[in-house]
Design a protein around this ligand. Structure first.
Ligand code: A3P
Length: 306
């Protein structure tokens, strides 16, 4: 099943928009050819670091943290660059229409290249495992992920689609027909990879990172082979990558959209709260999602997400 590019089905997602299925996962048709290119052409180096995630689980935060951990001499780069322009998505920027060859053509094959992706392990896993590169996966609890996705989707500049109603978002999230869904299978398979191969796959949750960012930044640096000597340096990185600091840089306040996606730069920064879903989801919906989480996560031995 891995690395096969067959499209088997199309399904309605939001308004008139459809998603394409590649081996059991759903993607926006715009990204499907780029994903196929990544699967066919991407050949990671052992020195590469790949940040992988389901959308809306803290990707932007991890991009800023990982970039800072690896390039720590000065943190000025965060003032002038949105984290997505520092750490490109393989399937959007590196193998996108306006791909920059600079992303791929470093002469120094031992230098650390940092990429990110939303492509599920089920599709990209063989490529990642066989290359010996390091992978960091961030997961977030399903109710906050869904809430964040719902807010974000309604900021897309696809005006003709109208509002994505929350009730519809819940149904689509649970049936898996959201971009890169199904969520549960995405998370579980990367978690399994981290259990099987912990020296190459680092699995972290948004909630534990929020709870004690400093400790986990140190753990990430050790995993990446560049541990910190100085606690002050860690504290500086934690502060510079906090949402409070990041969202106030002009580049991150911008209403402009990146060339590779049609949501404004500022849409990547919102509340950043654990448990924000309680402000939007009814008790009944929460019970429904929790039941699915028990079935999918807890029964697989991953007691998380409720
Ligand atoms: P909310 O919508 O719950 O606020 P992604 O980066 O994967 O698209 O995820 C976006 C979510 O991460 C949003 O969550 C956003 O606010 C939050 N986020 C962005 N930057 C962050 C940061 N520096 N620290 C913590 N959370 C951050």
């Amino acid at each position: 099943m891995e690395n096969s590019n067959n499209i088997s089905e199309e399904k309605k997602w939001w308004g008139d928009k459809h998603l394409e299925q590649i081996n059991g996962f759903w993607f926006m048709p715009f990204f499907a050819p780029k994903i196929r290119r990544v699967l066919a052409e991407f050949n990671p180096r052992p020195s590469d670091v790949i940040l992988s995630s389901f959308p809306k689980t803290g990707t932007t935060w991890l991009k800023s943290l990982l970039y800072s951990i690896i390039n720590r001499s000065s943190l000025d780069f965060l003032v002038n660059n949105n984290p997505h322009d520092l750490v490109p998505f393989l399937e959007a920027q590196v193998y996108g229409d306006k791909e920059s060859s600079a992303h791929m053509s470093s002469e120094d094959t031992t230098s650390t290249r940092l990429f990110s992706t939303h492509i599920p392990y089920q599709l990209l896993g063989k490529t990642l495992e066989s290359s010996g590169c390091r992978v960091v996966y961030v997961a977030r609890n399903p109710k906050d992920t869904l809430t964040s996705l719902w807010h974000f989707t309604n900021k897309w500049k696809m005006a003709d689609e109208g509002t994505w109603e929350l009730e519809e978002a819940v149904e689509k999230f649970l049936s898996g027909t959201v971009p890169v869904g199904p969520y549960y299978e995405h998370v579980l398979r990367y978690r399994m990879a981290s259990l099987n191969n912990p020296s190459k796959f680092f699995f972290i949750t948004y909630e534990e990172l929020k709870d004690d960012t400093k400790t986990h930044v140190k753990r990430l640096a050790e995993f990446l082979g560049c541990p910190f000597d100085d606690d002050k340096e860690v504290e500086e990185i934690v502060k510079c990558c906090s949402i409070e600091v990041l969202k106030n840089h002009e580049v991150n306040k911008s209403e402009d959209c990146p060339v590779w996606f049609s949501t404004p730069y500022n849409s990547f920064f919102r509340q950043a709260k654990v448990g924000d879903h309680t402000n939007y989801l009814s008790d009944e919906v929460i019970k429904r999602i929790d039941a699915v989480t028990k079935e999918k996560f807890h029964k697989s031995g991953f007691v998380y997400g409720i």
